[in-house]
Design a protein around this ligand. Structure first.
Ligand code: IMP
Length: 443
């Protein structure tokens, strides 16, 4: 029997504004893990994984589900729209992936009800362009209800009190809808919702007890964050953030595993930066033709909403902040191939703001908005696309990667050179001791 001393719990976090390509990395790593756990967020996230000729788009379920021996769990830090989840289950099953018995849902995860969607719609209609540009999946209202202690936990679907709880939450929502001159939601909607939500019952588990037991047994567990550090409700560009904690700290509150369980924290960065929705973006590329070229070649459109993503250069002050907040020990750089063929590639090394230089991005909005990027220029490269051999990567690209790793004080152990699983370069010599399992992937 394995013991806790052999256990391995890693966290994978996005270090920018989400959309760093965590899905591919999690899928790749899931070969090494028995369990993959999503710890926050909801169907606002979306990732696409290409396996051979197949393309899978996930919103809630971790991409580990594609591996037959991997068990997936949605942690208590997540918010779940039952209809969206059940549709995702169905669509995977239609493609021959067995989900039942391999997907677990924390009883403490919160449910997204139809009236929360109505609330989000009413609020964004009222705010119009003044809104932050959410994904429209009622993520904010779901976390608000959780904190206000009027939310519906997944575990409630097994309770004989379910309808009573739903009516209470509905009454709360209707008060807001009426005050916004919107039609209230009827109780029959709540009954309909209850019928769908009850279908989640077979998936439920006490997440913390289950994971602690698996950890004690020495099972390998991968904790997957959605979005990225700059969208963290505490540590991101508030108020232009999501309503949960994508940073590594969220992995403990969102699963009930203790901080002492975690043995490795891996950050994912793209070779450039993107952001979708409103909010400050210091390194945003003003040249629309160049931005459009990167957007097209990187397919930078929201996987959930289809919105074009804003595009910018890699931003080291921003990354220094998220690396510090999450305690990131090693990095994966994705989408390096997208920059193939550019004459030059820029990296922001510091900001100028209020007459001084900032190596770490400021936290407060009024400071960030006053920041100007200071760039270092690199000669462009080609031939990175599809490359699997470290030695064959273009020397200009290698200089870029080495510079970024040195400046950030974290080794870049993976470089993704394309959407397919094998289009990955593993830098064996840079793998820190606590990540030595990665070497299994390079065999
Ligand atoms: P919400 O999470 O839908 O409330 O949206 C809050 C902000 O986070 C908006 O600017 C969204 O565009 C952004 N956001 C939420 N999820 C993602 C994601 O998975 N990738 C990138 N941006 C996201």
């Amino acid at each position: 029997m394995k013991t806790r001393s052999q256990a391995l719990v890693w966290v994978v976090v996005g270090a920018q504004w989400g959309d760093e390509g965590k899905g591919k990395l999690v899928h790749l790593l899931s070969r090494l893990f028995a369990l993959v756990v999503r710890y926050q967020g909801g169907a606002n996230a979306g990732h696409t994984v290409k396996v051979k000729q197949n393309k899978y788009v996930f919103h809630l379920i971790p991409s580990g589900i594609i591996r037959r021996f991997c068990l997936c769990l949605l942690g208590n830090g997540t918010v779940i729209d039952p209809e969206v989840l059940l549709e995702e289950v169905k669509s995977l099953e239609r493609r021959g992936i067995c989900v039942r018995g391999r997907l677990l849902i924390a009883t403490g995860a919160h449910l997204i009800t139809p009236w929360l969607l109505k609330i989000e719609q009413a609020r964004s209609a009222y705010l119009g362009k003044r809104g932050i540009g959410t994904t429209g999946r009622a993520i904010g209202p779901a976390y608000e209800y959780k904190m206000a202690r009027v939310g519906i936990r997944a575990g409630a679907v097994r309770s004989s009190n379910l309808l009573k709880l739903l009516y209470k939450s509905l009454a709360e929502a209707n008060r807001e809808l009426r005050s916004r001159r919107q039609k209230p939601v009827s109780r029959s909607e709540a009954r309909k919702f209850a019928r769908v939500a009850k279908k989640l019952a077979p998936f439920l588990v006490d997440c913390s007890s289950y994971l602690n037991q698996e950890w004690q047994r020495g099972r390998k567990i991968l904790l997957e964050g959605a979005q990225g550090g700059m969208l963290d409700v505490d540590h991101g560009t508030y108020p232009y953030v999501t309503s949960s904690s994508p940073t590594a700290g969220g992995a403990c509150t969102g699963t009930g595993l203790p901080p002492t369980a975690i043995s490795g924290i891996l950050g994912v960065i793209k070779a450039y930066a993107t952001r979708v929705g409103g909010g400050p973006f210091v390194t945003e590329i003003g040249d629309t033709a160049l931005a459009e070229r990167i957007r097209q070649s990187g397919d930078e459109y929201g996987a959930t909403t289809g919105r074009p993503r804003r595009v910018g250069w890699l931003d080291l002050p921003q990354l220094r902040r998220t690396i510090a907040v999450s305690g990131i020990q090693a990095l994966a750089m994705t989408k390096a191939d997208v920059l193939d063929g550019l004459d030059e590639v820029l990296v922001c090394t510091s900001y100028r703001c209020h007459g001084r230089t900032w190596r770490v991005a400021p936290l407060e909005l009024h400071d960030i908005q006053a920041c100007r990027p200071q760039y270092k220029r690199f000669r462009g490269w080609s031939g990175v696309s599809g490359q699997t051999n470290l030695r064959k990567l273009h020397p200009n690209f290698r200089r870029y990667v080495e510079f970024v790793a040195r400046e950030l004080g974290a080794p870049i152990v993976f470089t993704s050179t394309g959407a397919k699983e094998h289009e990955t370069v593993v830098c064996r010599s840079k793998i820190p001791a606590n990540f030595k399992l990665i070497k299994e992937l390079a065999k």
